[in-house]
Design a protein around this ligand. Structure first.
Ligand SMILES: NC(=O)c1ccc[n+]([C@@H]2O[C@H](COP(=O)([O-])OP(=O)(O)OC[C@H]3O[C@@H](n4cnc5c(N)ncnc54)[C@H](OP(=O)(O)O)[C@@H]3O)[C@@H](O)[C@H]2O)c1
Length: 354
């Protein structure tokens, strides 16, 4: 990717910044000073990070070294950013973006410039969303990853999602295809689960269906069309799979947020040899950069999210601010690791790091 010079913001942009880095697997994060502020590539925005939200994947990478090999370190962890545009690559659409725009973005620890736990980060402009003036950065940073995990799983076209609304159009109750369909969210108090609830609530029919299911204590009723399992233990996956409808116009679909457990993997393998098998289960992947199908959906999703945030149809999770900027991350990850976070999202303010 061609490097380009960011639009100069004289007097505002320092040469160096502070980041919280994971220097090697299974170690504590290390506050690191004097890291050069990144230069955005042609298609990227440079974002001054005002808030980061913490996610379970952050401590899981820290503890288990998932996804990365020794040569990838040091890593800049963190998946959720809210901040302000302070620069942009030469290929970025100047009609859409300007310095000072308030934005949210996913972040990726795969390259140092794209992780969240630092004071400035870069990300491709086409998968970044603007936020309403009335929304705080702390609120906004709770959105990107959890919202995408729900939206990709439920709405994106098959096979990456359940295909409920690939064009992200609101589905009306008079839509014959939706009549009589049922959906169930397991783990509705989790961050991901809350956005599932938001999304099944954005059209009247799904809201109605959702309420019915919330009130239903009989999860073994075996007539559910879509189960979103935001917990995804082996037990919850098996329970979710068991209550999928075995027949009907749509394949009963279980969406999980963690890899399929062994028993479902075997069921899926058996499924391949039985063409008429009417249930399926898949693990959602929330990333918006790759592969191409995710990037295409991610682009549409982030533009639509801007509208839903303006209209209030999607609302952010409740942020809980941790003290001491980037220094607060370790304590927050410990709380997530111990399962002490419920119905809220922990956030830090990287600019307040001393
Ligand atoms: N595949 C992907 O792309 C992707 C993306 C993002 C996240 N994830 C995964 O999705 C999961 C949820 O992430 P998150 O950010 O939503 O986490 P979170 O907000 O920290 O979720 C914690 C919530 O899960 C609930 N919970 C935990 N175990 C439960 C159980 N056995 N039964 C019912 N509820 C239970 C807790 O309920 P209480 O209120 O009762 O404590 C708590 O509210 C994590 O495992 C994460 O790694 C996957």
């Amino acid at each position: 990717m061609q490097e380009s010079v960011p639009i100069p913001v004289v007097g505002l942009l320092p040469d160096t910044q502070t980041a919280s880095l994971l220097l090697s697997p299974k170690t504590k994060l290390q506050l690191t000073f004097g890291i050069p502020v990144h230069t955005p590539a042609s298609d990227e925005l440079l974002i001054k990070v005002h808030t980061d939200a913490l996610n379970p994947i952050d401590w899981k990478i820290q503890d288990h070294g998932f996804f990365f090999t020794e040569k990838d370190y040091p890593l800049t962890l963190g998946c959720d950013v809210a901040g302000e545009v302070v620069g942009m690559g030469e290929g970025v659409d100047r009609e859409r973006w300007k310095v000072g725009d308030r934005v949210i973005s996913q972040a990726m620890p795969s390259t140092p410039r794209r992780g969240a736990f630092q004071q400035y980060m870069c990300f491709p402009a086409d998968v970044i969303a603007k936020i309403p003036q009335s929304m705080t950065y702390a609120e906004a940073s709770t959105l990107p990853l959890a919202f995408a995990t729900a939206a990709v799983g439920l709405l994106a076209p098959e096979p990456i999602g359940a295909g409920l609304s690939p064009d992200l159009e609101v589905v009306r109750s008079e839509d014959q295809e939706r009549k009589g369909q049922t959906a169930l969210v397991l783990g509705g108090s989790s961050s991901v689960g809350q956005y599932d609830r938001n999304q099944v609530a954005f059209d009247e029919l799904q809201e109605e269906i959702f309420k019915i299911l919330l009130e239903s204590s009989d999860v073994n009723s075996r007539d559910v069309d879509i189960v979103y399992d935001a917990v995804s233990t082996p037990q919850s996956q098996e329970a979710g799979f068991a209550c999928l409808s075995p027949s009907g116009s749509r394949k009963g679909t279980l969406i999980t947020v963690l890899p399929l457990c062994e028993s479902l993997t075997s069921a899926m393998a058996a499924n391949d040899s039985e063409k008429e098998f009417s249930k399926r289960a898949f693990l959602v992947y929330a990333g918006v950069l790759a592969p191409t199908s995710h990037r295409e959906f991610g682009r549409k999703m982030m533009r639509r999210l801007e509208e839903w945030l303006e209209s209030g149809e999607i609302r952010p999770n409740k942020p809980v601010v941790l003290p001491n900027g980037l220094n607060g991350i370790e304590e927050g990850l410990e709380r997530l690791r111990r399962g002490e976070v419920s119905g809220e999202k922990l956030v830090v303010f990287p600019q307040n790091t001393h």
